[in-house]
Design a protein around this ligand. Structure first.
Ligand code: ADP
Ligand code: MG
Length: 375
């Protein structure tokens, strides 16, 4: 005799996709073959390499399927939600599990032993085979498309790195000529305006090379930083020269809230390029003008820099993938590499970058960096 709670619990499994199209009276015969297993969040249901002894039905909760990558990090392959099932392949093949299953949240599972599964197959062979095959095919298709997009992305990145490399090589000559000319102009004249223009020209040329170098470093990874101790004011000065002074011409009001004005340990040139890119994303999002705010804060042991705009915003479903390479909504002007490179550079500083956005209201990017050591 099953206890009343178990009888009730089976109802949660009778709607499982494994049983699609199976009649009630057959389901009643299947019922005794299903045992209950309650798992807590993060409980391991099986590990990669464990023997496949059971098929699992998910009655409540969600189960995460993951695999170890070459470096031994668990990589999520997918989630099995209530109403679906997993673990059947190893059972059928009598092979060890090729992935690990963990409870992503508290879950109620129905477990079916090999013998019981065979009994079920005998009760409703046609439907069960079809349901099983359909689920396996769907899973294969989703793994396949995930695998293909990973392969394509890393291939595109490899090509982007190769192109950056060749651009850097081809730019060497014209860049030395531009630098020489700008140095000559500065040396030959006492006109202060020309001096300033030649400094600007030198800065612009260096910026072009550096941006290409950033792409190359990102494609090859990891990024080697040249950190220095700089004040927020120095950072703002650089930002002003390279980017902020363009804002009035774009009808954008710049407002700064400097609530932390101490120092930071950063690779100044790289960090300024990250911020310039974020500022550029912000003004691209405000084609008709708007407000751009730059805030600095110190929260506990972190320096927080925030750039927010009053632009078009980002649809919620896009926010979680923006830091992945080649994610762009502006194919014609952008490459979708800006935020991916920004993330890699911020993380090389042991910092974090996050983005929050409300469509038609604006976007806020936060960068959190560990406070400099001696402050
Ligand atoms: P790109 O600018 O080359 O498209 P990014 O990595 O810089 O690539 O940004 C990726 C995408 O994120 C952009 O295409 C845009 O859709 C969105 N995005 C980034 N910043 C903003 C912002 N401030 N406001 C609205 N959308 C943004
Ligand atoms: Mg961009």
């Amino acid at each position: 005799m099953k206890s009343p709670s178990q009888v009730g619990a089976f109802e949660k499994f009778s709607a499982n996709r494994l049983f699609d199209g199976i009649e009630r009276n057959v389901l009643n015969e299947i019922r005794p073959q299903v045992s209950l297993l309650r798992v807590r969040k993060d409980d391991v249901i099986y590990r990669e390499g464990d023997r496949g002894d059971f098929l699992y039905l998910v009655g409540e909760g969600v189960v995460k399927i993951s695999q170890l990558d070459r470096l031994g990090h668990a990589e999520t392959i997918g989630y099995v939600e209530s109403g679906n099932f997993f673990g059947g392949r190893a059972l059928l093949e009598t092979k060890p599990h090729s992935a690990m299953a963990t409870a992503a949240e508290p879950a109620l599972l129905g477990t079916v032993k090999k013998k019981a599964f065979e009994k079920m197959l005998a009760l409703a062979p046609a439907r069960l085979h079809v349901n099983f095959l359909r689920a396996v095919t769907e899973r294969l298709r989703s793994i396949n498309s995930r695998f293909m997009s990973d392969v394509l992305r890393s291939e595109r990145l490899r090509v982007a790195g190769a192109i950056a490399n060749s651009i850097l090589r081809d730019l060497k000559n014209p860049i030395s000529i531009a630098r020489c000319c700008s140095d000559l102009i500065a040396a030959e004249t006492s006109n202060s305006e020309l001096h300033e223009l030649s400094t600007l020209l030198g800065g612009a040329v260096n910026g072009m090379v550096a941006t290409t170098q950033d792409l190359l470093d990102y494609a090859h990874g990891p990024i080697a930083l040249k950190k220095q101790h700089v004040s927020i004011w120095r950072l703002l000065d650089e930002l002003n020269q390279q980017s902020l002074r363009l804002l009035p011409g774009k009808n954008i009001e710049f407002i700064k809230h400097i609530r932390y004005d101490g120092n930071m340990d950063v690779d100044l040139a790289r960090f300024v390029r990250v911020l310039c890119h974020l500022i550029r994303n912000a003004y691209e999002a405000m084609p008709g003008g708007g407000v751009l705010r730059f805030t600095t804060d110190r929260v506990h042991n972190e320096v927080v820099l925030r750039i927010s705009d009053s632009g078009v915003g980002i649809p919620p479903q896009l926010v979680s993938t923006l830091f992945e390479p080649f994610q762009t909504t502006t194919e014609s002007v952008g490459t979708g590499l800006g935020l991916a490179i920004a993330k890699a550079i911020v993380e090389a500083h042991h910092g974090k970058i996050s983005i929050a956005s409300v469509p038609n209201k604006g976007t806020t990017v936060d960068i959190r960096l560990p406070s400099p050591a001696e402050e």
